[in-house]
Design a binder for this molecule. Structure first.
Ligand code: NDP
Ligand SMILES: O=CCS(=O)(=O)O
Length: 252
């Protein structure tokens, strides 16, 4: 029987690249995201290689998440690896100019959504035990503050601490938990963050060498496929051409 991985946010970026990476190694795929057509396209591509089950799902909806896991065909149980990847940033401007709704959307998706999926999948992961894993997509923004990072960075700080606390509770079950915290990577992330401003997205990534979705997919697969006795707690990764900046000073 194939190992089974559930990837949230599989319709784009890291999630889609991870789906292709796991398929290459013969894992059965459960792919989730809101955009049904994208899921269908990916299913057509990857079901040539491995069994694929798609679920059009909004991770913010706890009941829908629970039902989707309860409705999984037998072939897609138990889940050995959960890739908690669905997430987004919004409103890259000062906190005092942000719509409250954008803060709520980030919290509902990056925190509540991740928690919803984790809670629904935990029994399956524990059933697998040794070798099972949860890979959470955090961000450098969870550790390092920057202007316009406000609630996005705070949600990713939550992801890091939730990862560590899960590790404590899952000790003895064999289930591993990892926070992968990337820096700048070229996906649809900035398009979403800027409310669909393609020029702003292109500008951010131009003239430098950002991480690519396949780079992160490789690290996700690596983390989930390590020997069962190894748990990477946190993996922070940046492009070579990105680093931190100096403290900002307000002067007279
Ligand atoms: N790109 C970057 O620079 C970095 C990204 N990250 C994190 O990596 C993760 C993936 O981002 P990335 O691939 O770059 O971005 P993309 O925008 O390319 O992909 C985001 C994915 O999340 C899904 N998603 C968003 N909201 C929901 C929701 N409510 N329910 C279900 N799925 C949802 C989207 O699917 P759909 O719209 O179809 O629902 C999409 O598949 C995110 O958690 C992000 O915060 C971390 C560090 C750096
Ligand atoms: O999480 C995304 C990377 S960054 O925009 O915060 O650097």
């Amino acid at each position: 029987m194939n190992d089974v991985v559930l990837i949230t946010g599989a319709t784009s970026g890291f999630g889609r690249a991870a789906a292709r990476r796991f398929a290459k190694e013969g894992w059965s795929l459960i792919l989730a995201g809101r955009r049904q057509e994208r899921l269908q396209e990916l299913k057509e591509e990857l079901s040539q290689v491995v069994p694929v089950h798609t679920v059009a799902l909004d991770v913010r909806d706890a009941e829908a998440v629970k039902q989707a896991i309860a409705d999984l065909p037998g072939e897609f149980r138990p889940i050995k690896s959960l890739i908690n990847n669905a997430g987004l940033a919004l409103a890259p401007k000062p906190s005092q100019e942000v719509d409250l709704a954008d803060w709520h959307t980030m919290i509902d998706t990056n925190v509540t959504g991740l928690v919803n999926v984790t809670h629904a999948v935990l029994p399956s992961l524990i059933e697998v035990g040794k070798g099972a894993s949860i890979v959470n997509l955090g961000s450098v923004a969870g550790q390092w503050p920057y202007p316009g990072g406000h609630v996005y960075g705070a949600t990713k700080a939550f992801v890091q601490q939730f990862t560590y606390n899960l590790r404590c509770d899952l000790l003895g079950t064999g289930v591993r938990v990892t926070d992968i915290a990337p820096g700048m990577a070229e996906t649809e992330f900035t398009l979403v963050r800027t409310g669909g401003d393609q020029a702003a997205s292109d500008k951010l990534y131009s003239g430098t060498t950002p991480l690519e979705p396949e780079d992160i997919a490789e690290l996700i697969y690596y983390t989930a496929s390590l020997p069962a006795h190894i748990n990477i707690n946190r993996l922070e990764v940046m492009p070579t051409r990105q680093a931190w900046s100096a403290f900002a000073i307000d002067r007279d």
